[in-house]
Design a binder for this molecule. Structure first.
Ligand code: MSP
Length: 520
């Protein structure tokens, strides 16, 4: 039985607009899109929020280098992100762009509130500051050699007055919350990491940057000589662009509360401290209850031969070029089938081609094509319901039926790769069924007419099932397969897949043509 339909609010990180989108960005958006589409298919009301993080020092520097105004710079990069999501079939419901006036107003209202309530204070600080990470560094950031590592980029000595958010006073609250609600962090092995980080938390959070150093940000409403720290601005997107949110104290939040809390899909690098420490404490400080603290789905990284992708190493993979070369479906399928959610994986173009050719072209595509072809050739496109199924048809149907709850359980756990193994199992089973039942031989034997009908119907049912389960992953292609079968997708809430009356199918068109390579 299914739980009543529940609004499902899912977000991704908002991407920095200081460079073109890369494969890591694409992975996160596609993973979230797959989850969102799956939930829609299940009948849930879904809101998928994604967008771009347009402020900060890195953007200011990139714009300076390009010799254009920061807004023009971010607008150009933002357009690239949006075009890529369209190309990859990422279907979002809300777009968060942090230079939007409504977002700025929301951040300023919240800052003013925190200031009025005494949760922000001004203090002088001198210390080492990482330009790349846009944060002050403490002794614990020094490596074993006593130096700040290359991940911090240029480190400068800074002495300045800034505004601070009282973070540390919420340390025990956060530790208790993580103990009470371990499900806040998925996968569970990340919880221990976060807990350790919170236990070590000391000091408050500097949430301002003097305009002398950074102008490309949201002004503090109570001190126009400062802009707010980019993370304080960026994290707020999750509420400022949420349906029905209004930062005004007296606002009616009924609509918002219908959706909230969200589940935030983020990479492992931004769990600590931003999403795991700052964000829950910010929410608490602005009045959110414990049960309104959002869950984090923390995914791993795509690397290149075990190395981090980076502009300086010149090994950044461009998803846009990949989609042009192999099609959106091949890229989507690869990105969620060749990685375990939560773990890292190595990106390889050969693997992308291989997975597509093996699973989609030779596996599903071939099954679809031969099922439709045989039905057209031997039965003029008409499938018959099965009155009394033979033993092997019963076995095929029940094995297929058992794969559906398995798929659902894995998708519910965000384990797309494992869910896809169930789809492959259906496809492999059906392809093997063609081999063992040999319909081409049955077609030559008039005595085997009823048997042939059964075999064709059982195959079409298997294709329909696999196509339905592929809908969240390769939506257009899976829909094209269903359109050729002239059958609707199975209902995940009530997975009936049997053909119960004579049914005429459409004509076969290749859905997944093989990717031919020079050495294939
Ligand atoms: N702007 C911040 C997020 C603010 S959220 C309020 C940011 N942006 S980012 O562009 O650097 O990264 C966006 C997302 O892409 C992050 O979740 C990050 O983990 C993810 N990835 C960046 N590189 C990645 C890989 N190589 N592999 C997988 N995901 C990676 O952080």
């Amino acid at each position: 039985m299914y739980l009543p339909v529940k609004p499902f609010f899912i977000t991704t990180a908002i991407d920095y607009t200081n460079g073109a989108p890369h494969i890591g960005h694409a992975y996160e958006k596609v993973l979230t899109d797959v989850i969102a589409r799956y939930r829609r298919l299940k009948g849930d009301e879904v809101f998928y929020l994604t967008g771009v993080d347009q402020h900060g020092q890195k953007v200011q520097q990139s714009a300076e280098k390009a010799g254009i105004a920061p807004q023009e710079y971010v607008d150009q990069i933002t357009a690239k992100f949006r075009a890529l999501w369209t190309k990859l079939g990422v279907q979002y419901d809300g777009w968060a762009a942090t230079t939007d006036a409504s977002h700025k107003a929301c951040v300023q209202t919240l800052l003013q509130r925190l200031f009025d309530e005494g949760q922000l204070y001004k203090a002088k600080q001198s210390g080492y500051y990482s330009v790349r990470q846009e944060q002050f560094l403490t002794e614990k950031e020094r490596g074993p050699d006593g130096e700040f590592g290359p991940e911090w980029g240029e480190v400068i000595l800074v002495e300045e007055e800034n505004y601070w958010f009282k973070l540390a006073q919420h340390k025990q609250w956060l530790l208790d919350l993580l103990d009470q609600r371990p499900e806040l962090v998925v996968p569970s092995f990340r919880l221990a990491e976060l807990r350790n980080a919170v236990a070590k938390l000391e000091g408050d959070l500097c949430i301002s940057r003097p305009k002398s150093r950074l102008t490309w940000g949201i002004e503090l409403p109570f001190d126009r000589d400062y802009v707010t720290y980019v993370w304080f601005d960026a994290l707020v997107n999750y509420i400022s662009f949420a349906p029905g949110y209004d930062a005004a104290v007296e606002a009616d939040l009924t609509e918002f509360k219908k959706w909230w809390p969200a589940i935030h899909v983020i990479g492992k690098d931004i769990m600590i401290p931003a999403h795991g420490v700052y964000w829950p404490i910010m929410l608490k400080a602005i009045g959110f209850a414990d049960e309104e603290i959002p869950q984090l789905l923390v995914h791993g990284w795509w690397n290149i031969s075990g190395e981090k992708m980076s502009k300086s190493l010149g090994n950044v993979v461009d998803p846009d070029a990949l989609a042009d070369k192999y099609g959106a479906a091949a890229v989507r399928y690869y990105l969620v089938s060749d990685i375990v959610t939560g773990k890292d994986s190595d990106f390889s173009e050969e693997r992308l081609i291989q997975r597509y050719n093996v699973d989609l072209a030779n596996g599903f595509g071939n099954l679809l094509n031969r099922t439709l072809n045989m039905t057209q050739r031997y039965r003029s496109g008409v499938l018959q319901p099965i009155a009394v199924p033979d033993e092997d048809v019963v076995a095929l149907r029940s094995a297929n039926a058992a794969d559906v709850p398995n798929y659902i359980a894995r998708m519910d756990d965000f384990q797309i790769q494992a869910a896809l193994e169930r789809v492959s199992a259906i496809v492999t089973r059906a392809n093997a069924f063609v081999d063992t039942t040999a319909p081409f031989k049955l077609a030559k034997d008039p005595e085997a007419a009823a048997r042939l009908d059964q075999v064709l119907t059982a195959l079409a049912e298997s294709v329909r099932m696999a196509a339905s389960l592929l809908l969240p992953i390769v939506p257009e292609k899976a829909q094209a397969a269903l359109d050729q079968l002239l059958l609707p997708a199975i209902d995940l809430a009530n997975p009936q897949f049997e053909i119960t009356s004579p049914h005429t199918i459409g004509s076969p068109q290749p859905v997944f043509p093989r990717i031919e390579t020079a050495d294939a």
